[in-house]
Design a protein around this ligand. Structure first.
Ligand SMILES: Cc1ncc(COP(=O)(O)O)c(C=O)c1O
Length: 390
């Protein structure tokens, strides 16, 4: 990203923080030994991995033996869901997830559906929240696992995870949460919420791409999906991505500090951005929950326009944003999350996601607040969908 561009797609990915890169560098250059080697250089790398594991664990109030390093959020979701279900003695039963999950969860639950499990995709309310009574009604005697996204990657809604987990545990059901977007945005204490399995990813929190972790609570067995030399306590074989692991550890440590230092400033900018956008043009609406939302997420909908056209116009002005999730922006299908919160396909197509990060400035907010309403006005004036710019 060149200096003059404005990057507001931090839910898509984040730049590596310079301090994270600094921590990683020795492991890309001089400390290249295989951590499984027993000579001094290998032991040194093993010690560094142990340190990173402790950093990840501490940020979640977990213990280091609860953390399994993976290749990212997608693998963590797969391992958490399939690994826990496959380790149960019953080889069938019922799995619950929601209609607003990332494909890494949706497809994994669908995979279980193709292999003999019953599946339920719970609806959410218009704010994108799972309602507890709807969840309670969906749980059956043979429900094995519930997987619910902690903070949604599109509209940013944060679930009442502690209450969800309490309800599930009262009915003896395991809970996995995809916290890829929520980690380092909202405080997460795995002991306090009592979650069984939690997925996270490096590249959403100023760490590198291709690294993630799965938290597995004490005493919970999971079946490995990747077989080989028995790395990661025999749960995820493959020589460790050492620079990635070190980067994730540092990013988690910094992310936890950032909750009280960076995040209030990011949230204040996001609030000003949202307020400005909503006030600038009529028929502008907020997607997601007004309060229970990720602090960096602004997701708005403009009537009568196409989000793709808005995005391209913003791009030409040097502003990088998204219409839906990064994965769905290449297809013209309306986002499944926006449809799930009750929008029509036309309404869904008129949505814009701006996700802020710690490098954004107040001046950039001013620029976006100038650019977006002007483009919306221009597009509405030419819109075949109506309005005519009035
Ligand atoms: C909620 C959520 N889960 C999972 C993923 C996948 O993570 P990764 O890109 O590390 O595989 C993403 C990435 O967009 C995400 O937003």
């Amino acid at each position: 990203m060149t200096k003059d561009r404005i990057y507001m797609d931090h839910s898509g990915t984040t730049p590596i923080d310079p301090l994270v890169l600094e921590a990683m560098m020795p492991f890309l250059t001089k400390n290249y030994a295989n951590p499984s080697s027993i000579y001094a250089e290998g032991r040194e790398v093993r010690t560094a991995i142990d340190g990173a594991r402790q950093q990840v664990a501490s940020a979640l109030n977990a213990k280091s033996n609860n953390i399994i390093f993976t290749s990212g959020g997608t693998e963590s979701d797969n391992l958490g869901i399939l690994g826990s279900v496959f380790s149960l003695k019953e080889k069938n039963g019922h799995i619950i997830t929601t209609t607003i999950e990332h494909p890494a969860v949706t497809r994994t639950v669908e995979f279980l559906g193709d292999h003999g499990y019953d599946t339920t995709f719970l609806p959410v309310n218009k704010f994108g929240q799972v309602e507890l009574d709807v969840l309670a009604d969906a749980i059956r005697d043979d429900t094995r696992l519930i997987s619910i996204v902690y903070g949604n990657n599109e509209v940013g809604t944060v679930q009442d995870m502690k209450e969800i987990i309490k309800l599930a545990h009262e009915r003896d059901v395991l809970v996995h949460t995809d916290a890829v977007q929520a980690v380092a945005k909202v405080p997460i204490d795995v002991k306090d919420i009592g979650v069984d399995l939690l997925s996270l990813s490096g590249h959403k929190i100023y760490g590198p791409k291709g690294i993630g972790a799965l938290y597995v609570r004490d005493g919970l067995k999971i079946t490995p999906l990747q077989h080989g030399g028995g790395h990661e306590n025999k749960l995820r074989s493959g020589t460790e991505n050492v620079p990635g692991v070190i980067g994730l550890g540092k990013a988690m440590e910094m992310g936890e500090t950032g909750l009280t230092t960076e995040m209030p400033r990011v949230k204040a900018m996001r609030d000003r951005l949202l307020k400005g956008l909503m006030e600038a043009q009529e028929e502008t609406y907020l997607n997601g929950h007004p309060e229970k939302r990720l602090p960096h997420n602004a997701h708005v909908r403009f009537s009568y326009i196409e989000g793709e056209a808005l995005l391209l116009n913003l791009d030409m002005l040097g502003i990088a944003a998204a219409t839906g999730s990064a994965c769905s922006s290449k297809s013209l299908k309306a986002s499944h999350v926006l449809l799930a919160i009750g929008l029509t396909p036309e309404q869904a197509h008129g949505s814009l996601r701006l996700t802020l990060g710690k490098n954004n400035t107040d001046e950039e907010i001013d620029n976006v607040l100038e650019a977006v309403p002007a483009i919306v006005k221009k597009l509405r004036a030419m819109s075949p969908l109506g309005h005519g710019g009035q």
